[in-house]
Ligand binder design. Structure first.
Ligand SMILES: NC(=O)c1ccc[n+]([C@@H]2O[C@H](COP(=O)([O-])OP(=O)(O)OC[C@H]3O[C@@H](n4cnc5c(N)ncnc54)[C@H](OP(=O)(O)O)[C@@H]3O)[C@@H](O)[C@H]2O)c1
Length: 264
């Protein structure tokens, strides 16, 4: 039986690492682990191979190096002959007032969250069109749907990848290649380690926060799903409800957000 080849970005930490550990339990699957931290990826690959004889390729890559992204897909094609699922999880954010976002930092957030996503979706999408099948999955964020103060750049970068993926889905779905965006609310991961403001934020929203394993399980369900794929998955349920409220009553939602959901 041909093995499914899954390329997972962001595999060195948080949601990506949790997803890699769950994917490793699925039979007939080859895994490509992508992130910058080669040492963590190698250690993870070693751990996963202890569970069972898993085909794992470690591919260290800084996603801000956009021109290197097609090489990743070419390396996967050269080793496995195909690419069945792209699961793009890597991302970063920096929460601070909109007027205080340094332009260098704005550039990095857009490079990692938006431009690398577009480059990955393009490179993987082209391979899948050649194969005639495949599945594209992107982790964006609920902040794209329900932006809150101090998340201006992060929310904008995630909103942009949401829109790109949505249009790509319209173009590729008729070719049998679904595109799904997953928008999680707050998740307890090292994502928030970068500044004390971010550490305070995740503490303040702890009662709404999910564990990385919960999001990872949702992603794995989507990877193995054989029926029609959703275009968008918003988690958790409470945030899905809040998003619906925001769509119908945007002015009220904005007022409520500033007064009652300003946790940063
Ligand atoms: N945690 C949350 O509350 C939350 C909520 C909604 C959405 N998300 C999204 O979920 C995804 C995973 O986040 P997480 O919470 O698991 O955070 P995390 O633990 O900080 O993991 C982020 C991952 O992205 C990789 N990454 C960051 N910059 C990169 C770069 N320049 N090149 C290659 N890889 C890079 C990191 O690997 P290296 O450092 O090794 O490169 C790491 O594996 C992100 O897209 C994030 O925006 C998170």
């Amino acid at each position: 039986m041909t093995k499914s080849v899954v390329v997972l970005t962001g595999a060195s930490s948080g949601i990506g690492e949790a997803t890699a550990r769950l994917l490793a339990q699925i039979p007939n699957l080859s895994l490509v682990l992508v992130a910058r931290n080669q040492q963590k990826l190698k250690q993870l690959a070693q751990d996963l191979k202890q569970t069972r004889d898993l085909d794992v390729l470690v591919y260290p890559l800084d996603l801000t190096q956009l021109e290197s992204i097609p090489d990743l897909v070419e390396a996967v094609r050269a080793k496995f002959g195909r690419l069945d699922v792209l699961l793009h999880v890597a991302g970063m954010g920096d929460f601070k007032p909109a007027l205080e976002q340094e332009l260098k930092n704005v550039e990095t957030q857009f490079q990692v969250n938006t431009l690398s996503g577009i480059a990955l979706l393009q490179a993987a999408g082209r391979q899948m069109v050649t194969q005639g099948e495949g599945k594209l999955l992107v982790v964006a964020s609920m902040s794209a749907k329900l932006p809150t103060p101090q998340s201006s750049v992060y929310a904008a970068s995630k909103s942009a990848i949401n829109t790109y993926a949505s249009v790509l889905g319209m173009e590729l779905e008729p070719l049998g290649i679904p595109v799904t965006v997953v928008n999680p609310g707050p998740v307890r991961t090292p994502f928030f380690k970068h500044s004390s403001a971010m550490q305070d934020y995740i503490k303040n929203v702890d009662r709404f926060a999910m564990d990385a394993d919960q999001v990872a399980q949702k992603l794995v369900d989507l990877v193995v799903r054989t029926g029609p794929m959703p275009r968008e998955v918003n988690l958790p349920f409470t945030m899905r409800l809040a998003y619906l409220g925001q769509r119908f009553f945007p002015g009220l939602a904005c007022w409520l957000t500033v007064r009652f959901a300003n946790f940063k």
